[in-house]
Design a protein around this ligand. Structure first.
Ligand SMILES: O=C(O)CCC(=O)C(=O)O
Length: 195
């Protein structure tokens, strides 16, 4: 198969730019919903991860593609590329499958949005199962505050409420999250104030 790395680069760059635009629009809607100004595009960085899950004919019910975790991001946009299911979200202690849709991206609320909104938007714990017969591919786009920033609950959102989370530097949180095993809502636990 002919392979053109320039075309691949162009496709990834335009996909990435479009996702930044969509994320900006979603953040604007969330801000309007909360009646606050949320940080603009200049505040947001993006990381893309492409994941390939091979078919797992043996013991597929005993292994996971990705362990339960919440994302460190503000918002993550996931494209379930070849329409094979496997992504599950945790609701009321049960795992609920997310059915792929050819015209939709999955939007996951991440830990930094939970922290900034003092828990008004809660990050979602999720995991990926494997399929006994089909391979699966996905592209996750994590949108998070720039690494040299400090992020905590926004004062205009907290108002007279108690602050539930610490203000933390993004790179410090990232170091903790990326150097440890995926395990539930770890960032949130790290940022939580013991009240
Ligand atoms: O493959 C997916 O659908 C989601 C992947 C994921 O949870 C992640 O990249 O953090």
């Amino acid at each position: 198969m002919a392979y053109n790395s320039c075309q691949l680069q162009e496709s990834i760059e335009s996909y990435s730019a479009e996702l930044m635009r969509v994320t900006g629009s979603l953040m604007a809607i969330i801000a309007r919903n909360l009646g606050v100004d949320l940080p603009s595009d200049t505040y947001v960085s993006q990381a893309l991860r492409m994941t390939y899950y091979p078919a797992c004919p043996v013991a597929h019910d005993k292994v996971l593609g990705i362990s339960p975790h919440s994302d460190i991001s503000m918002l993550t946009l996931v494209w379930e590329l070849n329409m094979v299911g496997g992504l599950q979200i945790k609701r009321q202690d049960a795992w609920v499958p997310v059915k792929p849709h050819p015209k939709a991206l999955v939007v996951n609320v991440g830990d930094f949005l939970e922290i900034m909104t003092n828990g008004k938007y809660q990050s979602i714990e999720h995991r990926v199962t494997v399929n006994p017969h089909k391979e699966r591919m996905s592209i996750s786009a994590f949108h998070l505050p720039k690494f040299d920033m400090s992020v905590g609950p926004l004062s205009e959102i907290v108002g007279a409420e108690l602050k539930k989370y610490k203000t933390l530097r993004v790179d410090e949180v990232a170091k903790v999250v990326f150097s440890s095993k995926l395990d539930g809502k770890k960032t949130k636990d790290y940022a939580m104030l013991r009240i």
